[in-house]
Design a protein around this ligand. Structure first.
Ligand code: FMN
Length: 163
């Protein structure tokens, strides 16, 4: 059954987080939204790492390309991102600050290369103090294509699906 009240919002630079976002989107038949900065990150890894560090250190909020029409119509918002410097890319901070998710369920998921969720969930709690933050999922970036079962089990564990 399609879930009109659920949104999957995600940021992905190299596609790993997109794979997980697509799994959730297909499983739930819900809306999906890509968080994209106006100024895209470079293809070069080191240049991206440097820029991400500068943005984190200056608490920068990158401007986003487009916005969702009406976050008020959702009661559950999945937020997906790669772990960057132990937290979310700053574009995800921009997204979360732009929307009032009070009273909604916020469901974090990330891909990473060892830090898992890092301190991202603590950061989400600060940005969304009036939301119910469900247990997050962390998937190693190199294993995303085999993670469908893990995603299913997590959706069931946090009560999004019943089977
Ligand atoms: C700027 C930058 C910072 C990163 N910082 C971390 C980190 O702190 N911990 C970690 O486990 N992985 C880190 N990674 C690896 C990514 O989280 C990982 O490759 C992720 O799966 C990429 O997702 P994507 O393909 O959706 O962009 C970093 C990658 C980049 C580009």
């Amino acid at each position: 059954m399609a879930r009109n009240n659920v949104l999957v919002a995600f940021f992905s630079r190299t596609g790993n987080t997109r794979v997980i976002a697509d799994f959730i989107h297909e499983k739930l038949g819900c809306d999906i939204f890509e968080i994209k900065p106006v100024d895209p990150y470079p293809k070069d890894y080191d240049a991206t790492v440097d820029r991400a560090r500068r943005e984190l250190d200056s608490d920068f909020r990158p401007e986003l390309v487009e916005d969702i029409d009406d976050s008020g119509s959702y009661d559950t918002v999945f937020v997906g991102y790669p772990c960057w410097w132990g937290t979310m890319p700053m574009a995800v901070f921009t997204f979360l600050e732009a929307h009032n998710l009070s009273g909604k369920k916020v469901v974090p998921f990330c891909t990473h290369e060892g830090s898992a969720l890092g301190h991202s969930v603590v950061d989400i709690k600060k940005l969304c103090p009036e939301s119910t933050i469900l247990e997050g999922l962390a998937i190693k970036g190199s294993t995303v294509n085999a993670a469908q079962g893990e995603v299913h089990d997590w959706l069931s564990k946090v009560g999004i699906i019943t089977s």
